[in-house]
Design a protein around this ligand. Structure first.
Ligand SMILES: [Zn+2]
Length: 384
């Protein structure tokens, strides 16, 4: 058994000081520090830093030059390794709207990688399944998705991969989407998310009634909120739908963060939507067969369309805390427990509660990551 002492432990309902966190490959619980010193075989000193649950990124396409949609398992392994330094202990590799054959291939490869990533000697964050973003989206709200590969909703394509797909983003107003939602709801545990959508407020609320439980990157690639036409944004803000936010202050103004925190509370989910250019220098890159340019924090297609981000999830936590007027514990929750719950994964991920996987991060007050522990194994340590 291992123990972390001298830290501020971040639990779902707030911070604990003067306690130790006990764990093996799972969280055992909190104890008095004196008791921990007696019982534990390995003791880590947090040196006053925060001890937080590992961050869970449920919407990320790429990092460090790799992109999930390349269907290159080595690229995803590299991503998994890079993400440790941002405090991410598990993630949903997220596909772009590319050819269905390729999506099917990626699903197959991710099954093997998911198993591999749970091993103690896997040098990266754990892969929890796939977020399939498209191809069942609205071409009028494609954003930076490639319109050549958009398909009509078809549950028969998805069902063979129901074990590996955890989240699926679709436009609920497209012809056939009603039957699609009903079938997926009845036969699978996939979390359905509305995004890249031109749904009206009424269509969005009807989709929620039918079993869509999430909204993909709020404000981006959807109908906006006007007082007589509240759109998907209005539906997200006035319902209990889990709602993704790219908190890089570029995709959504930081001026709205306090409102989003108040409106969504524990249904607010921080994501990165990161592309392969994340963790890389400025320059030109490729995204699902389309070129884009990274300059600073902005990724744009050649026509100026905003693409995904180069955001790091620990930076998103810092931004939400600093601009949203909330505590670190609340901001951490949006990138851990809320995120895991939005994908149906909260039984084993997202918090430091007893019985869950021991995914633990040591972080300072600036949200810099000092150590990342996955299933009880230390996999990243910041060099002093
Ligand atoms: Zn995306």
């Amino acid at each position: 058994m291992k123990a972390i002492i001298h830290g501020t432990i971040v639990m779902p309902d707030g911070e604990r000081r003067g306690k130790a966190l006990l764990y093996t490959d799972r969280i055992i619980g909190l104890a008095e520090e004196a008791e921990a010193l007696e019982r534990a075989d390995d003791i880590f000193d947090a040196e006053g830093r925060y001890v937080v649950p590992g961050l869970v990124d449920v919407h990320i396409h790429g990092y460090g030059g790799a992109d999930v949609s390349d269907d290159d398992p080595d690229g995803v392994r590299r991503m998994a390794q890079c993400l440790l330094q941002n405090g991410v202990t598990s993630f949903l590799p997220t596909t772009l709207t590319v050819a269905w054959n390729r999506l099917a291939g990626i699903c197959g490869h991710m099954r093997a990688l998911r198993t591999e990533s749970t091993r103690p000697d896997f040098p990266g964050a754990e892969i929890l399944g796939i977020h399939l973003e498209g191809p069942f989206i609205n071409p009028d709200y494609k954003g930076a998705q490639n319109p050549a590969y958009i398909l009509a909703p078809d549950a028969e394509r998805v069902l063979p991969f129901a074990d590996i797909i955890r989240v699926l983003t679709l436009a609920p107003e497209m012809p056939g989407a009603g039957n699609f939602i009903e079938t997926i709801r009845k036969k699978t545990t996939i979390a359905l998310s509305m995004g890249h959508t031109g749904a009206t407020f009424d269509q969005a609320m009807a989709a929620a009634d039918r079993g869509v439980t999430r909204v993909t990157h709020l404000f981006n690639a959807m109908t906006q909120m006007v007082h007589r036409q509240p759109g998907v944004v209005g539906a997200a803000l006035s319902s209990d739908l889990y709602t993704e936010l790219i908190a890089d202050t570029f995709h959504v103004s930081a001026g709205l963060f306090p409102l989003l925190v108040k409106a969504k509370g524990r249904r607010l989910v921080l994501i990165t939507d990161a592309l392969r250019a994340a963790g890389m220098p400025d320059g030109e890159y490729e995204n699902g067969g389309q070129a884009f340019v990274l300059k600073g924090v902005e990724c744009r297609l050649r026509d100026g369309t905003i693409a995904g981000s180069v955001l790091r999830l620990n930076q998103a936590v810092k931004n939400l805390r600093d601009y949203g007027g909330i505590t670190l514990a609340e901001a951490i929750r949006a990138a851990s427990l809320n995120a895991a719950a939005s994908a149906g994964l909260a039984q084993s991920k997202g918090s430091l509660e007893a019985g869950k996987d021991a995914d633990i991060v040591l972080m300072d007050a600036d949200c810099q990551v000092w150590q990342t522990i996955v299933r009880g194994v230390s996999k990243y340590q910041r060099i002093r």
